[in-house]
Design a protein around this ligand. Structure first.
Ligand code: ADP
Ligand code: MG
Length: 368
């Protein structure tokens, strides 16, 4: 069988740019060179695409600086409509061999939020993970919670505010509704960027300013004192859930510092050591969440599980981290799917979904 050309998309115009580089390095190393030719496509912080050399992701490289400088060379464009070649150099008009599939290893804005997925869909390239809708609603914590609530899936109580409405709401009003402390977070962000635990009026003012740096909407959420449980989901229309894992933050909460800056910032416990009934419950809720939000391929669903057994979906990540220490691949390893097989399965799922989408008619034809 001919080798497939896989484009790995990484970097991106997002506060999670650097995290994406770590994930991309691991995905790249895991792709079986006997089966796939890899094209590395780095997206710089301005949003331009460049074909990158493998050395850019090497352990010793500082990809951030090079990508920021656009040293990946000529910028690329994706051509809509599925005419080959799909990728061309913007200056030279030089076409690159077409890609069979794209693996977006992008986190956050302009990567996980449906925008890149829309571009790939217009270019008629199969891609790993959720489509436009699943990505967009999965990224927006406000919209995702509305849909989950409608599906009867338990989520934390919250209100959504904007730059216009937030300053008019006092700490006392919020504490009266949710108790204190409470959480404040941008509706669209990730990696805990812009997330604060609020204990008093001064920290409410600081927290809303901080959250609104990253989005035009923020959520004020009741604080849930519970264990942080994560479940990996894999599949298209018949998705499977992994064993649950637990994150045990060593900081006040699972902050950016605890995630990325402090190597002892959080402990991972896999499997989580839940009772069989609660384990089954969160696995089922993870699959229900995946389906309710119209996801595909992969997602990681994160929960709070309280001492009395109540479980709340906190959020979904449609492009979970793929670093060596990331929960998503580790959960599948513990469920019997090694990293390399996982990457291949995700690529297969992308192609399978694309083939099915090709059968959807785009011209009206009377039935029968
Ligand atoms: N309602 C909440 N109750 C308790 N802890 C929370 C709450 N919301 C967020 N946190 C803490 O903040 C972290 C980051 O919040 P999260 O909503 O997961 O945002 P992100 O998408 O940035 O990961 C969580 O992992 C958890 O430690
Ligand atoms: Mg989170």
């Amino acid at each position: 069988m001919a080798k497939k050309r896989v484009g790995i998309l990484f970097g991106g115009k997002s506060v999670e740019h650097e995290v994406s580089l770590q994930s991309a390095r691991n995905v790249f190393e895991a792709v079986d060179p006997a089966k796939f030719d890899v094209v590395l496509i780095g997206i710089d912080k301005a949003g331009q695409w460049h074909v990158c050399d493998a050395a850019l992701l090497g352990a010793a490289a500082s990809p951030k600086a090079e990508l920021a400088a656009g040293a990946g060379g000529e910028s690329l464009a994706l051509v809509p409509g599925g005419t080959e070649p799909a990728l061309v150099g913007v200056g030279s008009h030089r076409g690159l061999p077409p890609l069979d599939v794209v693996f977006p290893v992008l986190h956050g804005t302009y990567g996980e939020d449906g925008t890149v997925q829309g571009l790939l869909k217009l270019a008629n390239v199969p891609f790993v993970g959720a489509g436009v809708l699943g990505s967009a609603v999965g990224m927006d914590k406000d919209i995702a919670k509305r849909i989950l609530r409608d599906a009867g899936i338990p989520v934390t109580r919250s209100v959504t505010l904007t730059a216009r409405t937030a300053p008019g709401v006092t700490f006392e009003e919020l504490a009266g509704k949710f108790g204190a402390p409470f959480f404040v977070k941008p509706a669209n962000s990730g990696s805990s960027v812009g997330v604060s635990k609020v204990r008093d009026a001064a920290s409410w003012a600081a927290a809303r300013t901080e959250a609104l740096r990253y989005d035009r909407k923020l959520l004020v959420e009741e604080f849930i004192s519970g264990r942080e449980i994560e479940v990996a989901v894999l599949g298209n229309d018949d998705p499977r859930a992994s064993v649950p894992g637990e994150i045990i933050p060593q900081h006040d909460f699972y902050s950016y510092e605890a995630k990325y800056l402090d190597e002892n910032g959080a402990l991972l416990r896999i499997p989580a050591g839940l009772t069989p009934a609660i384990g089954e419950r969160v696995r089922q809720l993870a699959v229900d969440t995946f389906i309710a939000l119209d996801c595909a391929g992969m997602a990681r669903v994160d929960f709070f599980v309280c001492a009395d057994g109540r479980a709340y979906v906190n959020e979904i990540n449609t492009i979970p981290g793929f670093t060596k220490i990331s929960m998503y691949p580790k959960l599948w390893e513990a469920t019997g799917v090694p990293y390399r097989d996982l990457i291949e399965r995700l690529i297969d799922l992308a192609i399978e979904r694309h083939q099915r989408e090709q059968q959807i008619e785009t011209s009206y034809r009377p039935a029968g």
